[in-house]
Ligand binder design. Structure first.
Ligand code: MSP
Length: 463
């Protein structure tokens, strides 16, 4: 049986999760379910990024120690994923002992190899990004992402010899054209790497919320060096080793640089096999504005679900825009899709056909209707993470089924053979929709697998 290892970023537990976090995690859930459906052994990893200055500062603000502070918020992430029917295999935290041990081991290895050296760091650090900037990156002295005033830091630091890996990285991108997806993002990374890579400061002395360097306990490990290795450390557990390397890392476009440049460089240095693919998805705005907690433009998980239920939210996020492109979230657009597509197309088909079967029964026959479903195409689209197109294909087939009821005038002809074809088609539809809308798909499957099929209850109430 083929293995499939899929990951989400590990989120900063400095606040409760919102739609942006849900998006990546849902994409991974959809992919995990699809691969399970195809009989693969799947390992789906998600979790939280507990260390670093950002978390230390957030905890301090609430007068809590960072461990206690993150324990609390990590629970909120787990609760949210449960509400959204996200079925992961492990929830890793960078404060987990097994993870910390792996990071310490790797640090020793990379240090002994000569890829870490001591120097002095002087530069600009944005805590919200947990990233370093050069003077020319700044916009009027502010972080280019957060537009906040940026601190200038000067301290003793250990550096990772990132510059040494420039050619190796370029070679990697060249030999593996699918390493960075989608393609347009790949070009951006290649161009930036070609401009040159500077060595990376990977330690801090100004706070202590992190993993101490094994060769100098005065320093804690830079949060991204620590965090990225979560993907690897989760596979050091007994029985999980075979899952390495990762088949696909799902991330947002904002953290592609860390994943496409730092991560493979760290792995190359540590002598570990590289992940196969990294997919950077787009960003959601909320009513055309940037999602921002401070400006109240944020939508959390309870709010998302409250609009039209879990399945409609899951459906909307992957139907509205293609994975890889930016999208705009609005309650209105979600409700429209819930009403016009889930209720009017899918819901209508299910209720009409079940009512007709209850009345007239079915008669087994060859299924010419099902042949109109292009399964091969759906498989390719799924494997290319073109989720919106997958849904488009399935809903195109739902239209064909609805038209079939209409053109055959089944309510008059009582055509049991046509009803059999429709029943089988609906079962197939429920299987293909299961990764997206697991709860409704299971209901449909259960209903149409019964010995005596009865008229179904309404699946999606119109809003
Ligand atoms: N802790 C790091 C990741 C470390 S992975 C080794 C981090 N965490 S985060 O909490 O900031 O969340 C990151 C994820 O949420 C990213 O994939 C990011 O793209 C996603 N999103 C946050 N806001 C988003 C939107 N508005 N829209 C879509 N995704 C967004 O970065």
């Amino acid at each position: 049986m083929e293995k499939f290892y899929i990951t989400t970023p590990i989120y900063y537990p400095n606040d409760i999760p919102h739609i942006g976090h849900a998006y990546t995690t849902l994409a991974a859930d959809i992919s995990a379910r699809w691969n399970r459906l195809r009989g693969k052994r799947v390992f789906f990893l998600t979790g939280t990024d507990d260390h670093g200055k950002k978390i230390a500062q957030a905890a301090e603000k609430e007068n809590k120690n960072p461990k206690e502070f993150t324990d609390n918020l990590t629970l909120k992430f787990k609760e949210a994923w449960k509400k959204l029917n996200i079925d992961y295999d492990r929830f890793i935290r960078t404060t987990d002992k097994d993870h910390e041990e792996v990071v310490i081991d790797i640090l020793k290895k990379v240090y002994n190899k000569g890829d870490i050296y001591k120097g002095e760091y002087e530069g600009f650090y944005c805590t919200a990004c947990e990233a370093y900037y050069t003077e020319k990156d700044l916009e009027e002295g502010c972080c280019p992402v957060h537009k906040t005033k940026i601190e200038k830091l000067k301290e003793k630091s250990y550096f990772f010899r990132l510059s040494k890996y420039q050619d190796k990285l370029l070679d990697l991108y060249k030999k593996n054209p699918d390493f960075i997806l989608p393609k347009d993002k790949r070009k951006e990374i290649i161009n930036r790497v070609k401009e040159g890579l500077k060595d990376l400061s990977i330690s801090r002395t100004s706070f202590d919320w992190g993993i101490p360097l094994p060769f100098d306990k005065e320093h804690v490990c830079y949060v991204w060096f620590d965090a990225l290795f979560n993907y690897y450390s989760a596979t050091r557990e007994k029985g999980k080793e075979e899952f390495w390397p990762t088949d696909i890392h799902f991330i947002g476009k904002d953290i592609l640089w860390f994943h496409a440049v730092y991560w493979p460089a760290f792995l190359l240095s540590a002598g570990i096999d590289l992940p196969k693919k990294i997919f950077a998805h787009g960003w959601w705005t909320f009513n055309k504005e940037k999602i921002s907690k401070s400006r109240g433009k944020v939508i959390n998980i309870d709010e998302l679900i409250a609009i039209a239920g879990v399945d409609s939210a899951r459906y909307f996020l992957f139907r509205e825009t293609s994975f890889g492109k930016d999208g705009d979230f609005s309650e209105k657009a979600l409700i429209e899709r819930h009403n016009n597509e889930l209720a009017d197309k899918l819901g209508n088909l299910v209720s009409r056909v079940s009512a007709l079967i209850e009345r007239h029964g079915i008669d087994k026959t060859d299924n010419s209707l099902l042949k109109k479903l292009n399964l091969k195409k759906i498989e390719i689209l799924f494997d290319n993470y073109e989720f919106d197109k997958v849904l488009n294909e399935i809903f195109g087939f739902i239209d064909i089924c609805n038209e079939y009821v209409q053109s055959k005038k089944i309510w008059e002809t009582k055509d049991k053979k046509a009803l059999y074809e429709l029943k089988e088609s609906i079962l197939k539809i429920s299987e293909l929709l299961w990764p997206f809308i697991p709860e409704s798909a299971e209901k449909i499957k259960h209903h149409f697998s019964a010995e005596k099929i009865k008229k179904s209850k309404i699946l999606f109430k119109k809003i």
